[in-house]
Ligand binder design. Structure first.
Ligand code: GCO
Length: 455
């Protein structure tokens, strides 16, 4: 049975999506608090003001996590809850919340995996230019140092940024996410450049300030291509396509990852994007390029490609009509959890942790009070079986975090989508363990054995 004995079986969530308490106990506003007050930007005017009210109900939530048997929980910290102005004066009650949460998790035998930035950027710093300001690297470093000093005696596993492709591309390009900017490509790349320097500063701060020797990674989107056929030519085509970075957008694997893991931007992108690429000053790339302990990656799907007789050497394959999709419309592609970790490990050499994977499903509480979500069970089973294949083929995969531990605020989509193992009734904030949570509990208890048993 290939899952290693110490495999991490987790679930994930993010501060703005579940906490609520948007102005509780001295918290400052984030760009998401701003965006949610911007008319017409969020589905039906929803906001994360209360969300799952996890800020007040974290004890109940940790108890539910324990019931599922999670060995780890991936949370993110709200930067403006800790530093209302983003820098300067620390909001002690905000920091104390994370203290209590970490203690509660450890008391339940659940290892906290902490993400420093999952998109709730302090509004005060946005007004000073946000990621477009080169000083943002120092701001983020200051925040990371405060967190390391406070939580670093108990937290061992850290991630810096969640999905730079999204908070830059959607936040500063398409404007669909906060802060809602539609900047020219060159400005998006500049913001991303500073965010990667911020990543570097944060890694340094964690290594300097954390008492427990930290294990540090990050959590970008895995933009993955997989071979549409079995032979070597298609495999090589998929590898090339996964590593390619020439199209003028941020939906690629290598632009940010090469910077962080190799200390250079990919040559094909620099050639294709020319003057639009940021002019790195002396030391910028070295700062981004800090040693990491694992490559965390969020993988939901992937795109099939095949070998082709063209300049690129590959082309996308159209999916068949009626191809399975989730409520979000995202294709169900279990192969992504095989090829994603494999191609990432081949390029960057680090052990891989799947920091997010899951689906949006139209779950309801049935008349008898149960939440039956066979689609989530089937989806997760298919994906995890492919992850197991990757491990079987020698790819070091150390953990898997289901997105999400509970239904939550899905950004511009508001509460339309339910990704949770735990159902949340937003009228009452009542929680119900879905059938998938009970099934996942069995998977965890047997270290993956249940994946091979009929559901
Ligand atoms: C992400 C997002 C999550 C989303 C999830 C589903 O990291 O993409 O961080 O916050 O809720 O991916 O879209």
């Amino acid at each position: 049975m290939p899952f290693p004995a110490d495999f991490t079986w987790g679930a994930a969530a993010a501060s703005y999506q579940i906490e609520g308490g948007h102005d509780a106990d001295g918290k400052g506003p984030s760009v998401w608090d701003m965006m949610c007050r911007w008319e017409g930007r969020i589905h039906e005017g929803h906001s994360g003001d209360v969300a799952c009210d996890h800020y007040h109900r974290y004890r109940e939530d940790v108890a539910l996590m324990k019931q599922i048997g999670l060995t780890a929980y991936r949370l993110s910290l709200s930067w403006p809850r800790i530093l209302p102005e983003g820098v300067g004066t620390v909001n002690e009650p905000g920091l104390a919340f994370y203290d209590r949460l970490v203690d509660e998790l450890l008391g339940a035998g659940i290892e906290p995996w902490v993400t420093l930035f999952h998109w709730d950027f302090p509004l005060a710093l946005f007004r000073r230019g946000g990621w477009l300001n080169r000083d943002s690297a120092e701001w983020f470093g200051e925040y990371a140092a405060i967190v390391a000093a406070r939580l670093g005696d108990r937290v061992r596993c850290w991630m810096t940024h969640n999905e730079p492709q999204c908070f830059i591309g959607l936040g500063h390009g398409s404007g669909v996410h906060a802060p809602g900017l539609k900047l020219p490509f060159s400005e998006q790349l500049l913001a991303g450049h500073h965010a990667m320097m911020a990543h570097g500063r944060a890694v340094q701060a964690l290594r300097q300030g954390a008492k427990r020797p930290p294990r540090i990674g990050w959590a970008p989107v895995g933009v993955i291509k997989y071979p549409a056929g079995n032979d070597e030519a298609h495999l090589e085509a998929a590898r090339r396509a996964t590593y390619a970075c020439t199209e003028r957008h941020l939906w690629n694997l290598t632009w940010f990852s090469d910077a962080v893991l190799k200390g250079e931007y990919p040559a094909d992108a620099l050639e294709a994007w020319g003057d639009e690429a940021p002019a790195a000053r002396n030391g910028d790339m070295a700062l981004m390029h800090q040693p990491l302990d694992f490559f965390g990656v969020n993988i939901y799907n992937a795109l099939p490609v095949k070998a082709a007789d063209n300049a690129a050497g590959y082309e996308e394959v159209k999916r068949y009509e009626g191809f399975p999709i989730t409520l979000f419309g995202w294709p169900i592609e279990p192969d992504s959890l095989y090829w994603g970790p494999r191609f990432i490990h081949e390029r960057y050499g680090l052990p891989v942790v799947v920091t997010e994977n899951g689906l949006s499903n139209p779950d309801v509480i049935d008349l008898d009070g149960r939440v039956r979500d066979p689609q989530r069970i089937d989806f997760t089973r298919r994906y995890l079986l492919r992850l197991e294949d990757a491990i079987g083929d020698g790819i070091p995969v150390e953990g898997y975090f289901h997105w999400s531990v509970m239904d939550n605020f899905e950004w511009a989509e508001g509460y339309k989508h339910r990704f949770g193992l735990i159902y949340v009734d937003y009228r009452t904030r009542q929680r119900v363990l879905k059938d998938s949570a009970h099934w996942y509990a069995k998977v965890i208890a047997g270290n993956g054995k249940a994946l091979h048993e009929a559901v």
